[in-house]
Design a protein around this ligand. Structure first.
Ligand code: ATP
Ligand code: MN
Length: 257
């Protein structure tokens, strides 16, 4: 009897349980995070929150909508992820912009991390790097432009490369190098986690660089090491996974920079 179908079926409930949906929601939306979201709603940055775009170990990204109904990407760092905090410190300490930073309360590290991602994003966006437009941040919540169409995010390079032609792959590779040059030479930053997982591909093809929280200033003592690692990651992906032959030499790329 279709008219009397319950809205939530028993098997759906079981499925949700299996996926730990409720646990996830609980985990990210602790009281302080809820207060932060409410603050951003009161400030008329966020009008509503929709589904999760991505649920990683350290952060969740949600689709939301602003007051002009524009889609937003809302990145919320988990304040409970203890393993992560140690890893964050090596990117914060040594960066001249975080000289006066004293890690005390664990929450402060997460908040500093969120602010760092916002600043990095802003710096890159302002000099014309293809990154999402930063909108604002508060505590562990970062609001930025949603990169996608019809409320669906653009695919990551790792998700689409097998559907691209050799010509398109070459273009994408060249575009990534162009952004890498801009990030280093104009924004004076090193991305630090550049890979097929942090590049989105949009029709054209064109690219968008994401996930800039760990980016460091070129004065950071490990910046060259991070830069070489970024180039090697990208080169390895295009050579070994995407099967591209004419890959630039790492030393030559560094030389140009
Ligand atoms: P994870 O631990 O899940 O890898 P992360 O810390 O790497 O998270 P990001 O890479 O910044 O976080 O974002 C996670 C995912 O969210 C991305 O792979 C992408 O699919 C999606 N995403 C991030 N920013 C945006 C955006 N501005 N617009 C649309 N989708 C986005
Ligand atoms: Mn990422």
């Amino acid at each position: 009897d279709e008219d009397f179908e319950p809205i939530i079926k028993r098997r759906d409930l079981k499925r949700y349980k299996d996926k730990d949906l409720f646990e996830t929601v609980e985990e990210v939306f602790d009281t302080k995070t809820v207060m932060t979201i409410l603050y951003l709603m009161r400030k008329r940055i966020i009008r509503r929150m929709n589904g999760v775009i991505s649920a990683g170990k350290e952060a969740r990204v949600y689709l939301g909508f602003g007051w002009k109904n524009e889609p937003l990407a809302i990145k919320i760092y988990l304040t409970s992820s203890a393993v992560f905090k140690k890893g964050m410190l090596k990117y914060i300490i040594g960066d001249p912009r975080f000289e006066d930073f004293k890690p005390g309360d664990t929450r402060d590290i997460i908040y500093a991390w969120t602010r760092k991602e916002f600043r990095n994003l802003k710096r890159m966006y302002n000099i014309g790097v293809k990154v999402p437009r930063p909108i604002t941040f508060k505590n562990n919540v970062l609001v930025m432009e949603f990169m996608g169409e019809n409320n669906r995010r653009f695919p990551l390079l790792v998700e689409v490369y097998s559907h691209l032609s050799i010509d398109e792959l070459k273009k994408v590779y060249e575009y990534i190098l162009e952004e890498l040059f801009k990030i280093v030479c104009k924004a004076n930053l090193v991305h630090g986690d550049l890979s097929e997982y942090n590049v989105m591909v949009k029709p054209g093809p064109d690219i968008i660089i994401i996930d800039v929280s760990q980016a460091v200033h070129i004065d950071h003592p490990n910046s060259l090491e991070f830069l070489i690692r970024d180039i090697k990651n990208i080169n390895r992906f295009f050579r070994e996974e995407a099967g591209l032959n004419d890959i630039e030499n790492v030393d030559e790329i560094i030389g140009v920079i």
